[in-house]
Design a protein around this ligand. Structure first.
Ligand code: PLP
Ligand code: ZN
Length: 443
């Protein structure tokens, strides 16, 4: 079976281009592009046939299908030559039952999709394997690409640097100075990327990278305006359904910043609907930081007015974005999937993360945003006790150990650390230790 996919204008112009073209926008209207699949050809396999195929490949070693992304290759980039794939066996992350946390929050059927348990510690790996592999395919047919570049709030650059290093391609990452975590800064340094630290915020980096990667530069742009990345990220929603034995959860909560991922989620669910693997639509929730909430404000206005803003600092630094490039993609996704947007203050997001940590998780602040949104939606009656809820954990908490440590030191302005826990500093003396333990555990 030979399936096909191509770039097409998101706004509905008849503009189409092959996936090997170096292009990010529609030449007619300037809008973003979508990767569109030939669903008629994909329907030549039955829904049960797709499920069986994906289950057979799931987490096995036959290269490249053991990767959660490439196990679904026909839905991602069907014509890609396998020798161009650069993969770290990404995807297939655990969907864990958060039993104790769910009980505490009044949603016993609560699950967390652990996308941070990945090679570079965030879901960005899923998109980057597709983008870097696609660039290798472009180079093979003679496109003049010298290097791949991105602006980043920390996780995109980590993923780009790692995949480029594995492929032997130069990478260039633009980071807002002092606005990414130490772990996120050292990741591209370690992988040998050209690291450029700009005295601005993410939105400022985005403007510069778009200018620098213009026509004739030989630099390929890897930001999520690039539709190829979303094809990899959309496999998260397919994995979630697959991990629920091909049943659709009621609610899926995703933290959003530049808003490519929420659209990727909708794309994954829509393809499963189109091909008949599922019949139910989940409710999609996008969770934003109160300090960077342009989507939330547009939602509150009934989608009537969207205003870009200057994002204020947030500990959920990967979503500190005031002018999200995928705003219209996100609005389309949320409209199609009965969407809700919720927000969380710094106090709410850090405490929600820490509360969930007490049940054994180790959450990044963005997952904290999603968990705080869940708490609020339960209180508002918008998430029900009987709902099966999936919270998407977007990064590994260890990337954010500095802000988590500051939380426990109660050193974060605007945050009252309700779940604070600090080391007991004692002399090296067994009696002193026994007294402390009796005090803490009860004699
Ligand atoms: C990139 C990122 C997000 C936001 O994804 P968008 O597609 O920009 O909305 C959320 N959390 C983490 C940890 C990220 O790295
Ligand atoms: Zn167009």
């Amino acid at each position: 079976m030979s399936h096909s996919a191509w770039f097409q204008c998101f706004n509905g112009c008849p503009f189409r281009r092959p996936l090997t073209d170096v292009i990010y926008r529609c030449e007619t209207c300037g809008g973003l592009l979508d990767v569109v699949h030939d669903t008629e050809s994909l329907k030549s396999r039955s829904p049960a046939g797709w499920m069986r195929l994906f289950d057979e490949r799931w987490m096995r070693s036959a290269w490249p299908y053991g990767s959660g992304v490439w196990g679904k290759l026909e839905w991602v980039y069907p014509t890609l030559r396998h020798e161009h794939i650069t993969s770290f066996a990404e995807g297939g992350t655990n969907l864990m039952w958060a039993e104790r946390l769910g009980r505490e929050l009044g949603v016993p059927d609560l699950w967390v999709k652990m996308c941070g348990n990945s090679h570079t510690g965030s879901f960005k790996d899923l998109g980057m394997t597709v983008l870097v592999s696609a660039v290798r395919e472009m180079q093979a047919i003679g496109r003049p690409i010298r290097a791949i570049a991105c602006a980043s709030t920390g996780d995109t650059s980590a993923a780009l640097a790692a995949y480029c290093a594995a492929a032997g391609l130069p990478s260039i990452v633009f980071l807002p100075k002092n606005k990414v975590s130490p772990a996120q800064l050292v990741q591209p340094m370690a992988n040998g990327a050209i690291v450029i630290s700009l005295d601005t915020d993410f939105d400022g980096c985005m403007r510069v990278v778009q200018e620098v990667t213009g026509p004739g530069s030989g630099l390929y742009l890897a930001n999520s305006m690039n539709a190829l990345r979303l094809e990899g990220q959309k496999t998260i929603s397919v994995e979630i359904v697959q991990q629920c034995d091909w049943e659709v959860p009621d609610v899926v909560i995703v933290p959003g910043g530049n808003l490519g991922n929420i659209y990727a989620f909708a794309k994954g669910f829509q393809l499963m609907l189109d091909l008949g693997l599922i019949t139910k639509r989940p409710k999609l929730v996008c969770a934003q930081a109160h300090n960077a909430n342009p989507l939330y404000l547009a939602y509150k206005n009934g989608w009537d007015t969207y205003q870009p803003m200057t994002a204020k600092p947030t500990l959920a630094s990967a979503i500190q974005i005031g002018d999200p490039v995928s705003i219209h993609r996100a609005i389309r996704a949320l409209t199609a999937f009965d969407g809700i947007v919720e927000q969380a203050t710094e106090d709410e997001l850090m405490n929600a993360a820490a509360r969930a940590d007490r049940t054994g998780l180790f959450n990044c602040p963005h997952t904290g945003v999603a968990l705080a949104a869940l708490e609020k939606l339960v209180k508002k009656g918008l998430v029900l006790r009987s709902d099966r809820v999936v919270v998407v954990s977007t990064a590994h908490g260890l990337k954010f150990s500095h802000s988590k440590a500051a939380y426990h030191e109660d050193a974060l302005p605007g945050v009252v650390a309700r779940f604070r826990n600090v080391p007991a500093e004692l002399p090296a003396d067994a009696d002193a230790v026994r007294r402390e333990l009796d005090r803490r555990l009860g004699a």
